[in-house]
Design a protein around this ligand. Structure first.
Ligand code: THU
Length: 162
């Protein structure tokens, strides 16, 4: 007998270029692009930049931070969220923009955050009781706008299970 089938819809907005977005979102994408230069990625050579806008309007950003012991690598999303909790622990993260750069070939599509970063973003949403709008773009090309980290991780684990 077949089990009861269930489904979850994942919805996001696609813009063909950043020019179509409001100025605050364009600014955050530019800051994430600048943050590509903060990446320390001598092993993968894959640069990731993330920028967040806080509830007071301030922007913080970070890049990925790799390690010769590969599993210790920190993603840009998490170095940026660490900057938030270490410098502005009471602030609310309203938006995060994520950009990527691969010196081997132009990245023309948005790259999605890894599973670990999705989990940390969902935890941050729970901590602050507010969604984080996520903006994704490669070096060029379309921009994806997601209303929450939970769009990236619909089947999430959180403190309600503990
Ligand atoms: N990386 C990020 O910074 N964010 C992600 O969401 C995916 C991967 C980094 C980790 C590593 O330094 C490099 O990209 C290649 O995996």
């Amino acid at each position: 007998m077949a089990g009861l089938e269930k489904s979850m819809a994942v919805k996001w907005q696609v813009y063909t270029s950043a020019d179509e977005l409001p100025e605050d979102q364009q600014e955050l994408l530019r800051e994430a692009e600048l943050a590509l230069d903060k990446a320390y990625a001598p092993y993968s050579n894959f640069h990731v930049g993330a920028a967040v806008r806080l509830d007071n309007g301030e922007i913080l950003s970070g890049g990925n931070f790799e390690n010769a012991a590969y599993p210790m690598c920190l993603c840009a999303e998490r170095t940026t969220l660490a900057a938030v909790v270490s410098t502005k622990p009471d602030s609310i993260v309203k938006q995060m923009a994520i950009r990527v750069r691969n010196p081997e070939r132009p990245v023309e599509e948005p790259a999605a955050p890894c599973g670990a970063c999705r989990q940390v973003l969902v935890e941050t949403e729970g901590k602050q009781k507010g969604n984080i709008q996520i903006l994704l773009q490669g070096e060029t090309g379309p921009v994806y706008v997601l209303s929450s980290a939970k769009v990236l991780l619909p089947f999430y684990f959180d403190g309600s299970f503990l």
